[in-house]
Design a binder for this molecule. Structure first.
Ligand code: B12
Ligand code: SF4
Length: 570
C-alpha cells in the first residue's frame, strides 16, 4: 500500500520528524510505499489542502497519516477538515485519514472526539501502523489493532455526533526495540534543502526514553500510559532504549556522503549522557571513525561524569545542553519534580567547563506559583554558574501533563481548555500571576541577559568553586544595573513602548562592554538566547579570520561555515 504522510509544521521550527522517519522505514521494510507532504513556512511554495488532494488523486495512497505535536494540531485539524470538504465537493473517495504523534498520544480521546479522524494512534506506532495498513489493504477489520482508537461502526461526520459516538481504545503494544527497527528513513525529508536552510545543523536521534518524571515533559505521561495499558511495572517496560552505536556511525557516514554542507550533528536524544558506558562507547566510535564534524548533546544537570565530559570534548562535542529550568530549589522540587540542588547544578557546569565544553542552559520563567524572589533566583543562578549561553522561554504547560494540573490548581492558568496549540514559548506567558508579577515575568523573559549581567559578580555560594570570578563581572554589573533599574521602573505602557528597541539597546550595551573587555551576555542567535561574550567575540574573530583566509579555498569552492565554531568544513 502507499501511505501519504502529512507533517503540519507550518509555523513551528523547520526540521525532521524522527517519528515519521521511523514509521516510513518500517513501512518500506514491509514492502509499502511512503511519501511526505512537509508543510513549513520556510519550504515554499506552501502546499495547500487542494495540492494535497491532487497528490491523493494522482498517487492514490491507501492511507493518509498526520503527525503532530500540540502546537501543530490546529494546523492538522484544519487541513484534514479541508481535505474532507474538498473531497466531498469533487466526489473523490478519500482513504482513511489518521492522526498520531505527541499530541494525539497525550489527549487521544479529545482528538478522536473531533470526528475528523478514522483512527488515532497512541504511543510508538511502528508495528501497529504496519498491521493497520496490512489489514486495510486486505479488506479486513482494523478495529482491534494495538495503539489505535477505532470507531465501532461508521465514523460519525460531525463533532457533536462524534462526541457521543462510540470508539474502542486498543491498548498499546510494547515499545519497539531500537536494535531491531530499521534505520530511520530520513530520506522522506528533503535533506539537502533542509540542511541548507538550517545552516548545516542536522538532527539525529540515537535513543528514546528518559528515567525522570519532570512535570512539564511528556515522559511521565508515556510511562504511566504504558504501565497502565500494559499492566506491567515501570522497570519491565524497557522505556529507555538506544540504537546500537555501529548502526548510528554507519548512518552518519552515509549522511555525510549523501548530504552536502552538514556542519554540526545535533543529537536530540532526551539525555545523551545518562548511560555512561553508552556515551563513552559513542564518543570512542565517533573519534575512531574520524567523523570530524562537531556534535551537540543534551545532558542532565544533576551530574556529569568527568570522564564522559572529557570524552565528549575529545570527540568534538561543541555544545552541551542542560535543562536548568529554574534557579529556585522549591520550584524545581515542588513544581517541576526536578530535585537537584544549586550545588549539583554548579558542579555539573564546572565539570563541563573543566573539560572545555561550551554549555547551553535552558530556563523557564512564569512557572506555576513562582514568586518574584524565585524568579530572581533564576537570574542569580545563571549569573553564578557562568554558562556559555542560556535560552529563556515562557513556561507553557501542555495538555495531559502534571504541570497543567498544577497551574490550574494554583488558579493561574488562563486558557480555558488547556489549548496550547498556539503557543510559541517566546510571545508571552499563558499564566496570570496578577498585574505586577505578569509585568516582571514579561520583562525577565525578554531581557534575561541584562538581568544576569546586572547580577554578575554578586556571587552566591553556588558560584564558589565554579571557576567564575574576575574583574570583568563587577564592571559589567555596574554597566547593566542602571539599565535594569530603568526597565524595572517602567509601567506596562512604557515597557510595551520600549520592547521594540531591545535588540538595538542590547547591541549598544554589548559593544560598549566588549570594548572595555567586560565578561557579559548579549542576545544572539534569535531573541531568546543570551550568549557569553567569550564565545561570540571568539566566533566573530574566527569569522574575520575565515574571511581573510577565503582565497585558498579557491573561487567558487564549496565551503560552509560551521555556525558553532566558525570553522570551515569540507
Ligand atoms: C527530537 C525533538 C525535537 C527536535 C525534532 C522535533 C521533531 N518534530 O521531531 C527539535 C529540536 C527540532 C524539536 C523542537 C521542538 N520541540 Co521537541 N522534542 C524532541 C524530542 C526530544 C524527541 C522527539 C522524537 O523524535 N521522539 C522519537 C520519535 C520516534 O517519537 P515520536 O516523534 O513521538 O513518534 C512516534 C509516535 O509519536 C508515533 N507517531 C508519530 N507520528 C505519527 C503519525 C501517525 C500517523 C501515527 C499513526 C503515529 C505517529 O509513532 C512514532 C514512532 O514511534 C521530544 C521529547 C520526546 N521524548 O519525545 C521533544 C518534544 C516533542 N518537543 C517538544 C517541543 C515543545 C518542541 C518545540 C515546540 C520546542 C520549542 N520551544 O520550540 C519545538 C517544535 C519544533 C518542531 N517543529 O517540532 C515537546 C512537545 C510537547 C507537545 N505536547 O507537543 C516534546 C514532547 C518535549 C516535551 N516538552 O515534552 N524537538
Ligand atoms: S529530564 Fe528532560 S527528557 Fe527527562 S523527563 Fe525531565 S524534561 Fe523530560
Amino acid at each position: 500500500m502507499r501511505v501519504l504522510f502529512v507533517y503540519p509544521n507550518r509555523d513551528t521550527q523547520l526540521g525532521f520528524n524522527h517519528g515519521l522517519a521511523s514509521l516510513s522505514a518500517v513501512l518500506r521494510a514491509a514492502g509499502h510505499g511512503t511519501r511526505l507532504v512537509n508543510i513549513n513556512s520556510e519550504l515554499t511554495p506552501l502546499p495547500t489542502a487542494a495540492d494535497i488532494l491532487e497528490i491523493v488523486r494522482a498517487w492514490q495512497p491507501g492511507l493518509i497519516g498526520f503527525s503532530c505535536l500540540t502546537q501543530q494540531y490546529g494546523e492538522a485539524r484544519s487541513i484534514a477538515g479541508q481535505l474532507r470538504t474538498l473531497a466531498a465537493e469533487t466526489g473523490l473517495d478519500l482513504p482513511p485519514i489518521i492522526a498520531g504523534g505527541i499530541h494525539p498520544t497525550l489527549v487521544p480521546e479529545e482528538v478522536m472526539g473531533e470526528g475528523l479522524w478514522d483512527f488515532v494512534g497512541v504511543g510508538e506506532c511502528e508495528h501497529a501502523l504496519v498491521e493497520l495498513v496490512e489489514r486495510i489493504e486486505a479488506g479486513e477489520s482494523a478495529a482491534a489493532v494495538s495503539n489505535f482508537l477505532a470507531w465501532e461502526g461508521e465514523r460519525p461526520t460531525t463533532p457533536e455526533v462524534a462526541a457521543s459516538a462510540r470508539w474502542r481504545r486498543n491498548p498499546v503494544a510494547p515499545f519497539p526495540s531500537l536494535a531491531q527497527l530499521p534505520a530511520p528513513h530520513l530520506g522522506l525529508f528533503d535533506l539537502q534543502r533542509i540542511t541548507a536552510l538550517k545552516g548545516g545543523w542536522f538532527s539525529l536521534l540515537t535513543s528514546r526514553g528518559c528515567p525522570y518524571r519532570c512535570t512539564y515533559c511528556l515522559n511521565h505521561r508515556i510511562v504511566d500510559l504504558y504501565r497502565e495499558e500494559r499492566g506491567t511495572r515501570v522497570f519491565e517496560l524497557g522505556f529507555l532504549r538506544r540504537r546500537p552505536v555501529p548502526g548510528v556511525i554507519a548512518e552518519v557516514r552515509e549522511l555525510l556522503r549523501q548530504v552536502a554542507g552538514i556542519s554540526t550533528f545535533i543529537l536530540d536524544d532526551d539525555l545523551f549522557t545518562q548511560d555512561r558506558e553508552h556515551a563513552l562507547e559513542f564518543c570512542a566510535a565517533w573519534e575512531e571513525a574520524r567523523i570530524g564534524v562537531p556534535f551537540v548533546v543534551n545532558a542532565h544537570v544533576q551530574q556529569l561524569d568527568p570522564e564522559v565530559a572529557a570524552a565528549l570534548a575529545r570527540a568534538g562535542c561543541s555544545i552541551l545542553k542542560l535543562g536548568i529550568e529554574s534557579g529556585s530549589e522549591r520550584v524545581r522540587r515542588r513544581v517541576l519534580a526536578r530535585p537537584m540542588t544549586d550545588a549539583a547544578i554548579g558542579a555539573t557546569v564546572e565539570v563541563a567547563r573543566r573539560a572545555g565544553l561550551h554549555t547551553s542552559g535552558f530556563v523557564m520563567v512564569g512557572l506555576p506559583t513562582e514568586t518574584r524572589e524565585e524568579l530572581m533566583e533564576t537570574v542569580q543562578l545563571l549569573a553564578d554558574t557562568r554558562l556559555g549561553r542560556f535560552r529563556t522561554s515562557f513556561f507553557h504547560p501542555f495538555p495531559g501533563t502534571e504541570a497543567l494540573g498544577l497551574a490550574r490548581k494554583a488558579g493561574e492558568y488562563m486558557l480555558p481548555t488547556g489549548d496550547a496549540t498556539g503557543t510559541t514559548f517566546t510571545d508571552q506567558s499563558p499564566l496570570d500571576f496578577g498585574a505586577e508579577q505578569n509585568l516582571l515575568v514579561d520583562k525577565v523573559g525578554r531581557i534575561m541577559p541584562w538581568f544576569v549581567n546586572a547580577a554578575l559578580g554578586a556571587g552566591t555560594e553556588a558560584s564558589s568553586g565554579s571557576g567564575a570570578g574576575g574583574h570583568g563581572d563587577a564592571r559589567a554589573a555596574a554597566r547593566y544595573a542602571p539599565l535594569v533599574r530603568r526597565v524595572l521602573d517602567m509601567d506596562r505602557a512604557a515597557w510595551e513602548a520600549f520592547r521594540g528597541s531591545i535588540p538595538v539597546v542590547d547591541r549598544e550595551y554589548s559593544t560598549a562592554a566588549a570594548g572595555n573587555n567586560e565578561f557579559h551576555y548579549a542576545l544572539r542567535y534569535g531573541s531568546t538566547t543570551g550568549v557569553s561574550s567569550d564565545w561570540f567575540l571568539a566566533e566573530e574573530a574566527a569569522e574575520w579570520d575565515t574571511a581573510a583566509a577565503a582565497a585558498p579555498c579557491g573561487p567558487g569552492a564549496a565551503r560552509e561555515t560551521n555556525p558553532v565554531a566558525g570553522v570551515m568544513v569540507p
